[in-house]
Design a protein around this ligand. Structure first.
Ligand SMILES: Nc1nc2c(ncn2[C@@H]2O[C@H](COP(=O)(O)OP(=O)(O)O)[C@@H](O)[C@H]2O)c(=O)[nH]1
Ligand SMILES: [Mg+2]
Length: 200
């Protein structure tokens, strides 16, 4: 895999099933969230320039874990468990809410959130819920419209404009990018955002 400016710096630290298993809450961290299969692990791998750092395409739903990756001892990337998977039974969804809401509401070192939406069907119910929560909480947010390689350029640009329109009143907090892990679309903008949030 091609080198990136985060290459050789990102390592897997741990998977947490409970908030108490997270590393101490200091320094800066950035979290990735979105529905299962949206491309979160692929995004983290391409950022890190490591092919199999985060596991791609693993059967989602059963174990809900927060995966923590270290950039250095004060800077972390957080892979939050995916939401909205129809096959997941009720108690697991409840557990997801408890874990993810707890993380989002309590984590002092959280500087920004990448909200991933499939560019072919963005702005689902859970996406909007998270978007509104982040805006109300004044947490900076960058929406990644993933798998943009699957759309024609004109279609991708239309989706970008539609999502930008949705958040235009919150341009101080929210940015929107077309993203493809496959074609590295949007990767430089993601690095700029990460550098700002992590203070690199
Ligand atoms: N075409 C295309 N497929 C992608 C892209 N990113 C991820 N995928 C595929 O989408 C599926 C789910 O990706 P994964 O990263 O595991 O999603 P996660 O569940 O959100 O972590 C896998 O089959 C990936 O190969 C992309 O940019 N383009
Ligand atoms: Mg994943």
């Amino acid at each position: 895999m091609a080198k990136t400016r985060y290459s050789d710096n990102v390592t897997f630290l741990l998977s947490a099933a409970h908030l108490t298993h997270l590393p101490p809450d200091f320094g800066n961290e950035v979290a990735f969230i979105g529905r299962s299969n949206v491309g979160k692990s692929s995004a983290i791998n391409i950022i890190a320039g490591i092919k199999r750092l985060a596991r791609v395409g693993k059967t989602p739903g059963v174990t809900q874990l927060i995966n923590v990756f270290l950039i250095d001892k004060n800077k972390r990337l957080i892979d939050l468990p995916g939401y909205g998977y129809a096959k997941v039974p009720g108690p697991i969804q409840e557990n997801w809410h408890k874990l993810v809401n707890g993380y989002l509401e309590q984590r002092q070192s959280l500087r920004g959130l990448f909200l991933l939406m499939d560019s072919r069907h963005p702005l689902g119910e859970n996406d909007l819920e998270l978007l509104n929560w982040a805006i109300e909480s004044k947490l900076p947010l960058c929406i990644l419209l993933t798998k943009a390689d699957k759309l024609k350029r004109s279609e991708a640009n239309a989706v970008l404009r539609k999502v930008q329109e949705e958040v235009k009143q919150h341009s101080d907090l929210v940015t929107v990018l077309l993203f493809s892990a496959q074609e590295r679309t949007g990767l430089n903008e993601v690095f700029k955002q990460l550098d700002l949030w992590l203070k690199i």
